[in-house]
Design a protein around this ligand. Structure first.
Ligand code: MRU
Length: 347
């Protein structure tokens, strides 16, 4: 099944907290519960969060008893404000909600007409995400040398999107095109999206991989065992500065030091032109327990002070190119990013 989908008036998603040991599908009929599921990381990854937020707003339309179109629009604004609070960094969350709100406003007729339009628009967001990822994969695969070893961080695969993946979609497209790539999988502390999710996806796909501790990445780069780095993005500022999973910045600096190309792969829905530079990107701070505990067991002394930023910002100067569904953007990023966003605009 897809990472997130709409079935019989409910939102269903793979519970990513349970992988790789259990494959459990969670089902939601209340938009507030979906917002909570995003916060709790039942679903995660910027494009998947965007699609889930869109489905949540479609659910909010159904949850609302509003008898008129005007009253429903008021309820939808209130629901969108709740869903927006779920996680702050991924641009796709706002993008998905704003797209659905624009669709609601552009729909004439009864409240039920608006409700139906919201479901159709959320479904379109989800379907388009899969098609976009495949286009990104094809674009990015042209950057991958034959037999390359690719360093990858976090999870950017089918699970981080509706299906197929962004950076991992590029890996997949290269592999499907006959390129015998090998992936060095960063485990990605503290939540271990690399070890738990990326390793699981690559195993299912039969793509060769080696799992490494995050702090081994420098050694592999320094000793000539990495040909390129591929990462995703949660928000790309207008100047190309990119927020992604904590630890991405470390990799980008190490890649530059070692002369290794560092590519960001993300759909245009992750580009936030209203955000001038990385300094304006909100960085989520998560529960200290993600750092002090592993598998439910305490690994640090009681009462120790903890900082747990979930993302960092990689300055544009460390990024060799940004791969989007509308093409590959190279520095200077300002004009190129604006162009791809304009080309992709739907409503
Ligand atoms: O905290 P997460 O797991 O939602 O973080 C995910 C990432 O940082 C991904 O690299 C990013 O969302 C791109 S996913 C295609």
């Amino acid at each position: 099944m897809r990472t997130v989908e709409w079935r019989d008036g409910k939102v269903r998603m793979i519970d990513q907290r349970r992988l790789p040991n259990q494959f459990v599908v969670a089902e939601y009929s209340d938009y507030r519960a979906v917002a909570q599921a995003i916060r709790d990381m039942v679903v995660r990854g910027a494009p998947a969060i965007g699609a889930t937020a869109a489905f949540a707003l479609a659910l909010a339309g159904q949850n609302s008893p509003a008898p008129t179109r005007a009253a429903l629009l008021v309820d939808l604004d209130a629901a969108a404000a709740v869903i927006r609070q779920a996680r702050p960094t991924a641009a796709n969350l706002n993008w998905g909600l704003d797209r659905l709100l624009r669709r609601a406003q552009a729909t004439d007729g009864s409240a039920n007409d608006v409700r139906a339009a919201l479901v159709a628009e959320a479904q379109a967001v989800a379907d388009e995400d899969v098609a976009i990822n495949r286009r990104m994969g094809a674009n990015g695969a042209t950057l991958v040398p034959q037999g390359a070893t690719i360093l990858h961080h976090c999870n950017t695969g089918a699970l981080a999107t509706v299906d197929y993946g962004t950076a991992l979609g590029v890996v997949r497209a290269a592999w499907e095109g006959g390129n015998p790539v090998h992936v060095l999988v960063d485990e990605t502390r503290p939540r271990l999206q690399g070890a738990k999710l990326t390793a699981w996806e690559l195993k299912e796909l039969g793509i060769p991989q080696t799992l490494i501790a995050d702090n081994a990445a420098g050694l592999f780069m320094q000793s000539g065992r990495v040909n390129l780095c591929l990462v995703g993005a949660d928000r790309i500022a207008a100047n190309g500065d990119t927020a992604n999973k904590i630890g991405t910045y470390n990799l980008a600096v190490l890649a530059k030091e070692n002369g290794i190309p560092f590519y960001v792969v993300a759909p245009t829905s992750t580009i936030d032109l209203d955000c001038p530079t990385g300094a304006a990107i909100p960085i989520e701070e998560r529960d200290p327990a993600e750092v002090t505990h592993m598998g439910g067991e305490r690994i640090a002394p009681e009462g120790v002070a903890v900082a747990n930023p979930a993302f960092d910002v990689t300055p544009a100067r460390y990024i060799t190119a940004i791969v989007t569904e509308e093409g590959i953007v190279r520095p200077p990023y300002e004009t190129g990013l604006r162009e791809v966003v304009e080309r992709a605009r739907v409503i």
